[in-house]
Design a protein around this ligand. Structure first.
Ligand SMILES: *Cc1c(COP(=O)(O)O)cnc(C)c1O
Length: 462
């Protein structure tokens, strides 16, 4: 039989999606998370929905801890609250052995409320209230001094409390990452950090036991941690030899990259993010490069945030309208806005439909549901053709979205956690009108029933 002729066609090869040229790096469909169907989750808990995997949280934590503990005897992780301070998320990390790292009085309260004792809280940040410093001193928290004004304030707090608290100072240095973050701490290169230590010694009110450096965030060059650790070790020797302080710990902050993909990155994040082993290798080498023979190595604190929690978080949304842009490109409106996905500014998330489909992926605009032109979740996502009611899943979104999401135009949705046993638990309720208006106060003369309020206005207009 004669074969029928079919004309050649040119199909756009969309990177990251399955096509005849091979597979992308991630499965193009996300219909099941930890054995639970996304469709069932949305039916039960509403759309949109934040979904966290307890398994992913624990596995990441253990992988990170293993990478360091197999190279270094004394390692302690401190969970960076600001990265995600849902109680359930914090508690998983605390159960795994992490202490808390907080950067405000609010976060300090949150950690204490979860039962974390003061001495297991690392207190960072460029502004700490006097009241919170008093509490931190009384409870033995690990305060990391950010600046000279705070140093003087803390000396006064210590004097009043009649205590000589152990403290750390935050240091910043050129570790090969540009731009160098100079907002936080005392500079290493210009001797500000040295002078801060000298001042602590001269003041006689505080005892320096720690040195802290958080190089930056999403650091793709592990070598930076080697440089940072080496510089802190040099400073520790100076503190010992010149001022008699024993630096018991160095804290290298957070900043390890998650598997997310930056907008300007070509390779998917799963391929370009350094491994925990690579970070650990560089960092531990940096410590040893400056450790004098016979000296007890300091304890190592790490405040890893996004690299531990990003992968564990998903946002499931539902298509509510299908459109075309002015140039004819397919577009969809989903029921979540950028107010829930702050990190859409930096990342190309994996965006996958939650139901299998045979249609070929096409670059599609994803509009959020806010009545604002800037509310675009992605200007080009490779998606099959979708209809109203279909669900799509954004991943990884576990870092910084929950904490930076704001109540704006819409209620913020529920968050659930899929437990180790597959049981789904609500870990944050969907907001409602009562929650949003709880802190508002309406003055008496503006009450709807006030005799001379609204009616007057109507009269004036008439
Ligand atoms: C934000 C922050 C962290 C966590 O940073 P990641 O980049 O999310 O790992 C750790 N330490 C300090 C002081 C921070 O400000």
């Amino acid at each position: 039989m004669k074969k029928t002729y079919s004309p050649p066609v040119i199909e756009r090869n969309v990177i990251g999606m399955m096509n005849k040229h091979g597979h992308g790096t991630s499965s193009p469909v996300c219909d099941v998370i930890d054995g639970v169907r996304v469709a069932d989750l949305l039916k039960e808990h509403g759309s949109p929905l934040f979904i966290y995997s307890e398994r992913a949280l624990r596995e990441k934590y253990r992988a990170a801890h293993r990478a360091f503990s197999k190279r270094y005897a004394s390692v302690q992780f401190a969970w960076s609250y600001k990265t995600n301070y849902l109680k359930a998320v914090c508690q998983v990390f605390h159960q795994e052995g992490a202490i808390a790292e907080v950067v405000s009085d609010f976060e300090y309260d949150k950690a204490r409320n979860l039962g974390v004792p003061g001495h297991q809280i690392i207190y960072n940040g460029p502004y700490k209230t006097r009241a919170s410093l008093e509490r931190a001193v009384a409870e033995g928290a690990k305060i990391q001094i950010d600046n000279l004004d705070e140093l003087l304030l803390l000396e006064d707090v210590a004097r009043q409390a009649g205590k000589k608290p152990d403290v750390g100072i935050r240091v910043f240095a050129d570790c090969g990452i540009q731009p160098v973050w100079s907002k936080f701490g005392f500079q290493y290169e210009n001797y500000d950090a040295y002078r801060a230590i000298k001042r602590i010694h001269a003041g006689g009110k505080l005892n320096l036991t720690g040195l802290h450096m958080h190089v930056g965030t999403f650091i793709l060059a592990p070598a930076a941690y080697g440089v940072a650790a080496a510089k802190l070790m040099v400073l520790a020797e100076v503190a010992r030899n010149e001022f008699g302080f024993t630096v018991e710990y160095i804290d290298l902050g957070g900043g390890f990259a998650s598997s997310n993909t930056l907008h300007n990155q070509y390779l998917p994040g799963e391929q370009s993010a350094p491994s925990f082993d690579a970070y650990a290798e560089a960092l531990v080498d940096g410590i040893h490069s400056q450790l004098p023979a016979g000296r007890v190595p300091p304890k190592l604190y790490l405040e890893t945030g996004r690299a531990l929690v990003d992968d564990a978080g998903y946002l499931a949304t539902t298509v509510r309208a299908v459109k075309r842009t002015a140039t004819g490109q397919p577009a969809i409106v989903v029921d979540a806005g950028v107010n829930l996905l702050y990190t859409a500014n930096w990342y190309k998330f994996n965006i996958r439909p939650a139901q299998p489909t045979m249609s070929a992926p096409t670059p599609t605009v994803i509009y959020g549901c806010l009545c604002m032109n800037i509310d675009v979740l992605r200007d080009q996502a490779a998606l099959p053709s979708l209809g109203v009611g279909d669900a799509i899943v954004f991943h990884p979104v576990g870092a910084y979205n929950q904490t930076q999401s704001m109540q704006f135009i819409t209620y913020r949705p529920r968050a659930v956690m899929i437990g180790m046993n597959g049981k789904v638990e609500v870990i944050r309720e969907r907001e409602d009108l009562r929650y949003v208006e709880e802190m508002e106060r309406l003055p008496a003369h503006l009450q709807p029933e006030a005799p001379d309020a609204g009616n007057k206005l109507v009269k004036l207009r008439a």
